[in-house]
Design a protein around this ligand. Structure first.
Ligand code: SAM
Length: 273
């Protein structure tokens, strides 16, 4: 039986709502360590708070660190400056928004965007506890970003693009909201080019951040089609056979084109963790 895109998105939302509730209640929930991008204890060094250094973790409320579900540390590579406006796609418990808000300072602004109410509530509470006053958390989907065109200096994201059922829409939306010269620093799970969609699905679930991953070539082509230049996709650590945590960087140099990469059909099993 195949799963439709709407069903997959709902499964993703439900699973991350459960994870947010588990962190809020102080339990680990069914995802182990609070993370859904992980299939077991041995994976915990490849995902989540272990990817942040002690200094970054030291300045965070405990719940923000515990709720970290990413596969990288995009704030480290995003090169944020004082006064800039940044946007984190799929901001989860708010860890990267809080760290970014500190980087851009009070003259800057950090937006977080997430579709899951429970995550938004957790992120707002974490930002308040961290004393952050220049962060705004928005409800919405990353395929239709609720912000005006040319309004953002830097878009970051941590292990979320792989969860989207319409990746061309996400890349085109990123290009739309970025100012000319705006840049992206995204952490994501990325497959080696030889892995078919089926081979990716064999290595892990969709909500577990594996089955929906783009390949390196697909990411590069998708970003170029959306109007980006200086595109780079660099593997940082292996998370499954032929699949890696990666840093994706690019600069918006022209207006987004309406073409994109083919939609990867969500044939994957939707099971989690
Ligand atoms: C793997 S977690 C990552 C959270 C956060 N970036 C981090 O590093 O801790 C995925 C998050 O993305 C959100 N998400 C997944 N798909 C989304 C979509 N299409 N639109 C908006 N949010 C989405 C989920 O609700 C969840 O909070």
């Amino acid at each position: 039986m195949t799963t439709t895109a709407d069903e997959l998105r709902e499964e993703v939302r439900r699973r991350y709502a459960e994870s947010a509730r588990a962190v809020s209640e102080g339990s680990q929930g069914s995802c182990g360590g609070g993370s859904c991008c992980v299939d077991g204890e041995s994976e915990s060094a490849k995902f989540g708070e272990a990817l942040y250094d002690a200094e970054q973790r030291g300045g965070l409320p405990e719940a923000a660190a515990l709720a970290s579900l990413g596969c990288g540390n995009p704030v480290m590579v995003a090169d944020l400056h004082d006064g800039e406006t940044m946007l984190d796609l799929g901001s989860g418990g708010g860890i990267d928004v809080i760290l970014s808000a500190k980087r851009v300072g009070e003259s800057g602004l950090a937006y977080g965007l997430d579709m899951t109410d429970e995550m938004l509530a957790l992120a707002r509470q974490n930002a308040q506890e961290a004393g952050i006053r220049n962060a705004i958390f928005l409800k919405g989907v990353i395929e239709q970003i609720p912000l005006p065109a040319d309004s953002i200096d830097v878009v970051i994201s941590n292990c979320v693009v792989n969860l989207s059922t319409d990746k061309p829409a996400v890349l085109t939306e990123i290009a739309r909201v970025l100012k000319p010269g705006g840049r992206i620093g995204i952490s994501d799970v990325v497959a080696e080019d030889q892995l078919s969609a089926k081979a990716r699905a064999d290595r892990g679930s969709y909500v577990g951040c594996i089955a929906g991953a783009l390949s390196k070539g697909e990411y590069e082509a998708g970003l170029e089609a959306a109007g980006f230049e200086h595109v780079s996709v660099e593997f940082t650590h292996q998370v499954a056979d032929g699949m890696h945590g990666a840093i994706v960087k690019a600069v918006k140099t022209s207006e987004p084109a309406q073409k994109g990469l083919p939609v990867i059909q969500p044939t994957a099993k939707a099971g989690c963790c």
